[in-house]
Design a protein around this ligand. Structure first.
Ligand code: AMP
Length: 582
């Protein structure tokens, strides 16, 4: 497929990064750090960089424009956001929440979520977003691993998902609720956030955090074991800012819409922090996907930069080429996407139908910010993730006979690796220092992804090196799903795989064998699916489930997910030498 060359469009500002090689040669992280306002004495605080620093010049500019489920809009200027986040920081201080304590947020995309996230950072505490569609089990594991001291949520989410877990969460001292209807009675053991905010000081200053102080906790999934809590520091804001300029091409007065939920890392790094550090107006949409409404919103809200995900793009593609032409998208200047492979057809569709190329970029929870990107001034090779950000060294590596990792020749497939030391790099997996150390070898950070790099230096995603599943952009650990299935009295063994799906990328498929005395049948299959959905929530639960006589295991007893997948897809079964029984 031919590379797509882009011409400068009159009326639009020229790209921030005009010449890739020149930008790489001139880039330094020290210079990037100097773009931050910083606190006296070399301190750094994400909330200060995102909000307070703008108040003198941009105080009346809209920071957040929230479109609610009721069809109304709520706007917060930078001055209002500074006051509200100070109040939130003051609430935490008055409740005795110490610097470094962990504050969890479990809400839809409502203004209070943004106030809580930034206010927590202003207090010097650590914010951990939770996805509101999670069921009780994923919520429990994350709150307990993270020793959550405070949870900010709504009465309905609390009643449905958290109240029943409270006894098992001894570290959880305060639950702050955002009322959904005025006058509604609150459950026992909770406090009303609005009343606390009213009584708090709007002038509480920013906690003088250091660049290395922890700021954000983002959970991610591995092949085995419990979710991993990747801890990020205030220094990450340097990269959030720089990538906003170079990879998303932010310019002053942009209206930016990131469709990711702040329950995931993209929705925090780019749905909150990065655009605010540039003083932009951030569009926040509480509603779920609706193609026609999305196009209308791009037009009516005059969105100039749009960051979305391949699953959403594929859903838009299904609605056809004609629909977007009914809307005036001429203000839109730049579109980017992340989270899963963006098929070459999707890039070509976007050029034809939107008509703007979608710029794929790559990063992951652990990297904290964009690492590889298709920059605005660079030709796009459809299907490629682009080139490393200036300041980032990426390689494709392979383990050698001596145990060291070395780069493979151009074009060969290996593991995608990064030279450690970028500002948004995670500082540890909470309570799992050994698991963290295992991510590093021969001076590389190993990403777990397989990739190749071509002769022009473009990186191409090949697949995951492990069994984690990417479904509609959400990373799902098979172990978490298998554990919940095994809780059901009928289930003897469970194995979970990602099955390719034309829209979601992959969907979660489970295989289970039954304990003696349980009979296979449609009723039991439906019951198992319902059990998983209730415990895990709709995004994580399997969409398909097959009851089988037994599951393939290695001699050491591990379920061979690889083999389950090969059999499901009718692919060669590969090396079976470790299979327990033929
Ligand atoms: P998460 O930590 O949930 O953000 O997921 C990160 C993973 O998503 C990466 O390790 C990749 O497997 C996948 N991913 C992210 N961006 C891309 C992309 N542009 N192309 C292909 N896969 C991607």
């Amino acid at each position: 497929m031919e590379a797509i060359e882009k011409r400068h469009e009159p009326g639009h500002p020229s790209p921030n990064l005009r010449d890739y090689d020149d930008a790489c040669a001139r880039f330094s992280w020290a210079a990037a750090r100097a773009l931050m306002a910083q606190l006296p004495g070399g301190g750094l605080n994400i909330c200060f960089e995102a909000v307070d620093r703008h108040v003198p010049l941009l105080g009346e500019h809209v920071a957040l424009r929230c479109l609610t489920r009721q069809g109304t809009r709520r706007e917060l200027t930078y001055r209002e956001l500074a006051a509200q986040t100070s109040r939130f920081a003051d609430v935490l201080a008055r409740l005795g929440v110490a610097k470094g304590a962990r504050v969890f947020g479990l809400m839809g995309r409502i203004p209070e979520l943004y106030v809580a996230a930034l206010g927590t950072l202003k207090r010097g505490a650590v914010f951990c977003p939770l996805f509101s569609a999670f069921g009780p089990e994923p919520l429990f594991s994350r709150l307990s691993i993270g020793d959550g001291a405070v949870l900010v949520t709504t009465p309905s989410l609390y009643r449905k998902k958290v109240a029943g877990l409270r006894e098992r969460l001894p570290a959880l001292q305060h639950v702050l609720l955002v009322r959904e209807t005025p006058g509604e009675e609150l459950p026992p053991g909770t406090l009303e956030l609005e009343a606390l905010l009213r009584a708090a000081s709007p002038d509480r200053p920013v906690e003088p955090t250091r660049p290395e102080d922890p700021a954000l906790l983002h959970f991610t999934s591995g092949t085995t074991g419990k979710p991993k809590g990747a801890l990020h520091c205030h220094r990450a804001v340097v990269q959030h800012h720089v990538t906003g300029a170079l990879a998303l091409d932010f310019h002053p007065a942009d209206v930016f819409w990131c469709t990711a939920d702040p329950g995931w890392v993209t929705g925090t790094s780019y749905g909150i922090i990065s655009p605010l550090t540039h003083g932009l107006t951030v569009l926040v949409d509480e509603n779920e996907f609706d193609g026609e409404r999305w196009y209308r919103q791009l037009e009516e809200e005059r969105v100039t930069v749009w960051y979305t995900a391949p699953t959403a793009v594929r859903m838009l593609m299904r609605l056809g080429d004609e629909l977007p032409r009914r809307f005036d998208l001429s203000r839109l200047r730049f579109i980017a996407s992340v989270g899963e492979p963006l098929n070459p057809e999707a890039v070509q569709w976007s050029v034809r139908a939107l008509p703007h190329a979608i710029h794929d970029n790559w990063w992951q929870t652990e990297t904290g910010g964009i690492m590889i990107a298709n920059f605005r001034a660079m030709p796009i090779k459809p299907g490629s993730m682009g080139k490393p950000l200036p300041g980032i060294r990426a390689g494709v590596v392979e383990k050698q006979a001596n145990g060291e990792y070395a780069q493979v020749p151009t074009g060969a497939v290996g593991e995608l690796a990064l030279r450690p030391g970028w500002p948004a790099m995670f500082a540890t997996y909470l309570h799992e220092e050994e698991r963290y150390r295992r991510c590093f070898a021969s001076d590389w950070y190993l990403t777990g992804d397989l990739a190749r790099v071509d002769a022009d230096g473009y990186f191409w995603f090949v697949g995951r090196g492990d069994d984690v599943i990417k479904s509609s952009g959400h990373l799902i650990g098979p172990f978490e799903v298998e554990s919940v299935l095994l809780e059901h009295p009928a289930v003897a063994e469970a194995g979970v795989i990602g099955k390719p799906d034309p829209v979601a990328g992959e969907l979660v498929k489970a295989f289970v064998s039954l304990k003696p005395g349980f009979a296979e049948g449609e009723a039991l299959r439906a019951e198992l699916l319902a059990h998983a959905r209730k415990r895990l929530g709709a995004v994580v639960a399997p969409k398909e489930l097959a009851i089988v006589a037994s599951l393939p295991r290695t001699r050491s007893g591990k379920i061979m997910r690889r083999l389950l997948k090969a059999r499901e897809l009718g692919l060669p079964e590969g090396d079976l030498s470790t299979l327990e029984a033929p």
